[in-house]
Design a binder for this molecule. Structure first.
Ligand code: COA
Length: 144
């Protein structure tokens, strides 16, 4: 959550210490599991269980549809891992939660994320404003 691409494209959540991380996980990720039955998941290498990023489903109050999210550590980008994880999450959302439509939001200049979403079959729909500060973001969507 502190690598330059996360800070640039997702934002600064102020998570600096293990205690910050514990609170963030409890209030955000684990709360989403409890509320929706899904959330962001750890992704790791199959052979070694090395953690390489997060990928999963998010339900935000200001969006009607569930969105897909992902972020990988710099050493594990550009190798197809994000695509593999995200494709599995789309199938999981469809099969386990009966999702019929999935969306994703990216900052206007996040080209790597946009490329991945297009590869997954999502298409740019429109620019929306992201609460609370109203930043313009791109909304992508696909029917599952
Ligand atoms: C967005 C993000 C997850 C995309 O990850 P990624 O690693 O580029 O995506 P993929 O797993 O699809 O990898 C695709 C790239 O790997 C390359 N690649 C290399 N080996 C590969 C293989 N064996 N299989 C598939 N692709 C491979 C592809 O050519 C492609 O390169 P390209 O983007 O130059 O065309 C990543 O950039 C990231 O974590 N960014 C920071 C956080 C962030 O912005 N999150 C999204 C917020 S909306």
């Amino acid at each position: 959550m502190n690598d330059p691409a996360w800070l640039q494209f997702i934002g600064d959540f102020g998570v600096r210490t293990l205690e910050d991380a514990r609170v963030y996980l409890l209030e955000s990720t684990l709360a989403m599991y409890a509320r929706m039955g899904f959330g962001l998941y750890l992704t790791e290498l199959k052979e070694s269980a090395v953690p390489i990023g997060v990928c999963g489903l998010i339900k935000r109050d200001f969006l009607e549809d569930v969105d897909i999210g992902f972020a990988f550590l710099p050493d594990f980008r550009k190798q197809g891992y994000a695509y593999e994880a995200a494709a599995a999450i789309l199938a999981y959302g469809k099969e386990t939660f009966g999702l019929k439509r999935i969306v994703a939001i990216t900052s206007l200049d996040n080209q790597a994320s946009g490329r991945l979403l297009e590869k997954l079959g999502l298409h740019f729909e429109r620019v929306i404003s992201f609460p609370p500060d109203g930043e313009d973001v791109k909304l992508f969507a696909a029917h599952l």
